[in-house]
Design a protein around this ligand. Sequence first.
Ligand SMILES: Nc1ncnc2c1ncn2[C@@H]1O[C@H](COP(=O)(O)OP(=O)(O)OP(=O)(O)O)[C@@H](O)[C@H]1O
Ligand SMILES: [Zn+2]
Length: 825
Amino acid sequence: MDNNNLNSYNGGNGYNNGQGGGPGNGQGGPGGGGQPPKKQNLMLLLVAALVTLVCMSFFMKMLSGVSNQEITYNEFLEKVDAGEVESVEITDEQINIVPKSDAKENPFMPAEEITYYTGRVEDATLISHLLEKDVKINGEIPDNSGFLLSILLTYVLPFVVIIFLFNFLMKKMSGGGGPMGVGKSNAKVYVQKETGVTFKDVAGEDEAKESLVEVVDFLHNPGRYSKIGAKLPKGALLVGPPGTGKTLLAKAVAGEAHVPFFSLTGSDFIELYVGVGASRVRDLFKEATKNAPCIIFIDEIDAIGRSRDSKYGGGNEEREQTLNQLLSEMDGFDSSRGILILGATNRPEILDKALLRPGRFDRQIIVDKPDLKGRVEILKVHAKDVLMDDTVDFDAIALATSGAVGSDLANMINEAAINAVKQGRDYVCQKDLFEAVEQVLVGKEKKDRIMSKEERRIVSYHEVGHALVSALQKNSEPVQKITIVPRTMGALGYVMQVPEEEKFLNTKAELHDMLVGLLAGRAAEEIVFDTVTTGASNDIEKATSIARAMVTQYGMSEKFGLIGLQTVESQYLDGRAVMNCSDVTAAEVDSEVMRILKECYAKALELLGGNRAVMDKIAEYLIEKETITGKEFMKIYRREKGIPEPEETETPEEARPRISENTPSVTTADIQKTQDAPAQPQEEIVPKPWDLHFQQTQNSAPAGENTAGTQQMPAGQQPMGQTPASAGEANAAPAGNGSDRPDGNDWWSSGESGIPGQDLNFFRTEENGNGSDSHQEGSSEQAAGQPENGTDAGSTPDDGAAGAGKPAGPVGRFSNTVLPPTDRK
Ligand SMILES: Nc1ncnc2c1ncn2[C@@H]1O[C@H](COP(=O)(O)OP(=O)(O)OP(=O)(O)O)[C@@H](O)[C@H]1O
Ligand SMILES: [Zn+2]
């Protein structure tokens, strides 16, 4: 997960990695050692051929059995004269001579039999001469069978062997059939008669499932649709961030429809040879037609479906051919036979437009990150086979993991189970789950790292700075945990904040407070130690990206107004944003971002400066305990500020229903709920919601969702733009808060908190105003926002409660929300 709400004291970049962390590139280029497998295979082939030839010639020699030496005609006559010749064979061209053998010398080791031959010359007296010397003479009887055999052995056999070997190797290389194995589809390998996965195995993602249910019906009764004249959809494209269950959904469709499932990845098509991909596509469709009705699933379809436009790295001939083939096959096949093509991708924006037009992938199904309710469901699905005790509360976990996708959650459950086993327990408890969440977010505890006393003090003040500022501001999320135990992922300490509710929108005031919170760590260092350290690098990075997004994407800067200066590319992957303005404007954006950051830092300094005593107390406590809960933190905070402890009056039931109520889509009803939610509880029983929340961790979350739904409107921007600055500032005043909020209630209704009231109104207006437009923004923000929120483990719900008591109510939210680039998947 990329998102977290943690304000981590970033030891990684700072203390430890500072040195020696050179760029460190250079080595390790791709393909350092070893040859590519295909080259190796060719080499192997050559060697095999050579060995065969050598063997053959040796074999031939063995066949002939004797060594044969050439001699001159004179030598031949001399041998005859000397009586050394046993017999001769006279052929057309030559005379073969067999000498008399003296085998008696060594009966056990017969000497090698040597024969001779010589050219035949015109010599009329030869025969009589030979007869005279008693040499046996043989004439030549042409032996065709031997000749044929020798031709076979010498020329044909090696070729047969070579061709056989070649074929065998090619088959190995491509893993398919076909004349040379090249071009045969690999799909067969992946075909599954029954996937065994059903929609029940896919949690959350209700909208995606809904669209796919129709598809299943097409597969079940293709006839019904074609009878009435309806054309069946040929394909659907599943689009979404990694790990949200696209593959799982495709399998579920096949499983529900009880049809064979051909699955392969885009890159399976691409081979070394041009044209192979195309022939594989052809083959795949042929195979699928035979097996219809069936589903063809092409995962990571961007590997072949990439736009032919060179902007996205088009221009690869093989890929283009493959794509063209796919396009024409999709045009060509008869959908009434019940073949459905499902594609999955994280990068729909780079796909070729031709692929997306109706008649090919006519439907795009968005499989987005799950919302709170979705996460709870996913956790339940994966917990089915895990033994859990009564303490387990999935709502709390889901609330703390906003931004997490299905695969993250599955992983967390598994980690928790492993944790439980490690500790010798038979059941997984809530603590295991929270630990797993933290493990995924910030790594494991690094107990063996020993920090000096001074460093611990610095880290401690840094983290308390974050937490305190969030408590002093109205728009921050409650602190759940503060720790100065280093983690393996580089943090020397962090503050965890769990939102009370899932957020899909952030107001300008919230972003402002978030920035102040992020910079408060550094501010605390400066105030207390009169110097600064490298530990704030991560905070600064996050703050900068939020501030930049405010200026360039959210239209939250008065200087620039509502102009979009950045566009987000690949929103489902890293959410990278690219500036699309002139250099001059970019420079101005930089200075505006700087101005915002400076202002927020000044605010942080002011807030902490006015609460030095509180900060000292909490930091001291933290140094002693190393990890403190939000509850403990708020207790000290209230004590020091003279704020009475809120009463604990909660009915978990109240909070819980909310969760189930949540609906993903934004409706007027939702909006109203949202409005109501904050208003009701807070005014009447202010502490309730928060406390509940904290105690149970779970409850409060649901409410949030509603709000979120409502919030989706980007509209927030408008009002924010006007009020934000002032609101934020107003909030900032710590002193005011303290006094004003003796009881948590006030802040909601009071002008101080002002924001709540404003927000509601503003949401309403917004929704009315531009529901549709906002949607997009909402979603993008959401993406960003979720991650951050996700951090908190929610172990100490009380803090949240404290939030209520506090001036600003919800405490800090440092990193959460809108972090544009990194947070989004
Ligand atoms: N909605 C979900 N419900 C239940 N489990 C899920 C869900 N989403 C993901 N998972 C879990 O995560 C695993 C990975 O999901 P899957 O392979 O379907 O992701 P994907 O969206 O195809 O990712 P990629 O884009 O990286 O291919 C699944 O095997 C499943 O265990
Ligand atoms: Zn920090």
